[in-house]
Design a protein around this ligand. Structure first.
Ligand code: CS2
Length: 475
């Protein structure tokens, strides 16, 4: 291996970052990249990882001293890199005090987050904190916090009381305006607890927006066996990822304290918005469209969907005619070339990214991935048959039964509500029922979507997903 991974970061580097949500994504993306910055320029940027719920990752990593392999799966080969800057893994509900102590430590200057869309406890349609969310109720009424925003607010309160500067909150989730969204929910929660605390955070806190991109499917049991063969010893917690990566960060940190990420290819910019829109709508928007339609058509992975000529033509048309026309490109970026590169990434046969995995939590994902583009197309009078079909496919999916009559394991915080609404109506009337879910569809948008989505849903019922895809612009 010829890159920075073969050089070791300073062994005595202390902990500078607490990362909430230590799933596969950050272990395959942020942590290796921070490690490279430490190799290049030093700094005390060791990471403490945190699980907010399950002990599973901690139980895998602790016996191996929190060292694991990040395995790059290219179309023509694999490279394993040993990642050794994770210093500890904490499980919040087991020892909330230990987590708060880590977050309050004077050397910790960044709290980064990959807690998924639902971890922000906001209303996806408005981006505002949901004060009725059960976890937020615990944050406000319990002796210890429960949600990620709850821990952040409590830790900031303790830092303020100790006369310390706040840490930078570095959100790395696929949300629109993620920095502003994180700042909003944290300020709203702080305000409920102590308006003075909210003022202090508003004045001194920093919440840079980011765009993060690397395809990292969940690690499967067969991956663990495969990595053992590749590296010659057992690793209970490897992560598998594609070669591509892109990290764009607004350079706005408390006291300018951050790893030297610019030295190792991270883009530090003044405004992340155009990058974020491009990625959320072009990558995640088509990912979700391919996930629902592909699942219904019987495709197990994104690579299988991309290899189906009907879907390939459909997704390329989606970019060209429905998504790119509604975007302002980031400086110097050719959006058609970006689309071509995305298609090549989706086609990587070494990445087994399940349509079912991407289909999870659709109620939290649809607004920023698909509905934002649809809203703009409706305003511009631009037809969007493909995106209407994607929304209809999500509705069919959350109905809980596939085209062969088999049950679908729908994972979504609103799964029960969605199922009930779908079950309570017949045929295409299910569309009108599901359009009443205000967390997903603001009233005005729902009205404007009804005709197009009903027509698309009718097509799904009459012809099945693959034929519907063909009719909406597939080959
Ligand atoms: C995917 C993303 O699971 C999903 O919803 O769309 O995790 C996607 O793989 C990443 O955002 C790629 O950067």
């Amino acid at each position: 291996m010829s890159d920075a991974a073969s050089t070791r970061p300073p062994a005595d580097a202390g902990v500078g970052i607490v990362h909430l949500g230590i799933g596969a994504f950050f272990r395959a993306f942020g942590i290796p990249w921070i490690r490279e910055a430490m190799v290049a320029s030093g700094g005390d940027w060791g990471v403490v990882g945190v699980s907010l719920r399950s002990p599973a990752v901690r139980d895998q990593l602790k016996p191996q001293n929190c060292v694991y392999n990040a395995v790059e799966l290219g179309p023509d080969g694999e490279t394993a890199r040993q990642i050794d800057i994770l210093r500890d893994v904490l499980v919040a509900p087991e020892d909330p005090d230990a987590l708060l102590s880590a977050m309050v430590h004077p050397n910790v200057r960044i709290v980064s987050l990959t807690i998924t869309e639902k971890g922000y406890c906001h209303n996806p349609a408005t981006g505002k904190l949901d004060l009725t969310h059960p976890d937020i109720r615990v944050d406000l009424e319990g002796s210890f916090p429960k949600s990620a925003p709850g821990y952040i607010v409590r830790a900031l309160e303790l830092r303020r009381a100790a006369g310390r500067a706040p840490f930078t909150v570095l959100t790395c989730d696929n949300l629109p305006d993620n920095g502003a969204l994180a700042r909003g929910v944290i300020l709203d929660l702080a305000h409920e607890i102590d308006p003075g605390l909210a003022d202090w955070i508003r004045a001194k806190g920093r919440f840079p927006g980011t765009m993060v991109d690397r395809i990292v499917p969940a690690t499967k049991p067969e991956d663990i066996a495969h990595v053992e063969q590749l590296i010659g010893h057992h690793d209970a917690a490897p992560v598998m990822h594609e070669p591509f990566r892109q990290w764009v960060i607004e350079d706005d940190f408390v006291g300018s304290q951050r790893p030297d990420l610019g030295a190792v290819g991270v883009q530090l910019v003044a405004d992340v918005t155009p990058y974020e829109h491009m990625k959320l709508r072009m990558l995640n928007g088509t990912h979700s469209s391919m996930a629902y339609l592909g699942y219904l058509a019987g495709h197990e992975t994104i690579a299988e969907v991309a290899a189906d000529p009907v879907f390939a033509a459909f997704v390329k048309r989606l970019w060209r005619e429905e998504i790119i026309p509604a975007l302002d490109p980031p400086p110097g970026v050719d959006l058609q070339a970006y689309a071509d590169q995305l298609f090549a990434r989706y086609s990587n046969p070494a990445i087994r990214h399940l349509t079912w995995q991407i289909a999870m939590d659709g109620s939290q994902k649809l607004p920023q991935r698909i509905l934002s583009t649809l809203g703009e197309n409706l305003n511009a009078g631009r037809p969007s048959p493909g995106l209407m079909l994607a929304v209809a496919a999500w509705m069919r999916y959350v109905g809980g039964t596939d085209e062969r009559g088999n049950p679908i394991d729908v994972q979504d915080p609103l799964a029960a509500t969605l199922r009930k609404l779908s079950d309570g109506a017949e045929g295409t009337d299910k569309v009108r029922a599901l359009l009443t879910v205000r967390e997903v569809f603001p009233a005005e948008l729902a009205t404007r979507l009804e005709e197009g989505v009903t027509e698309a849903y009718g097509m799904l019922l009459a012809a099945g997903a693959r034929q519907a895809v063909a009719a909406a612009g597939g080959a």
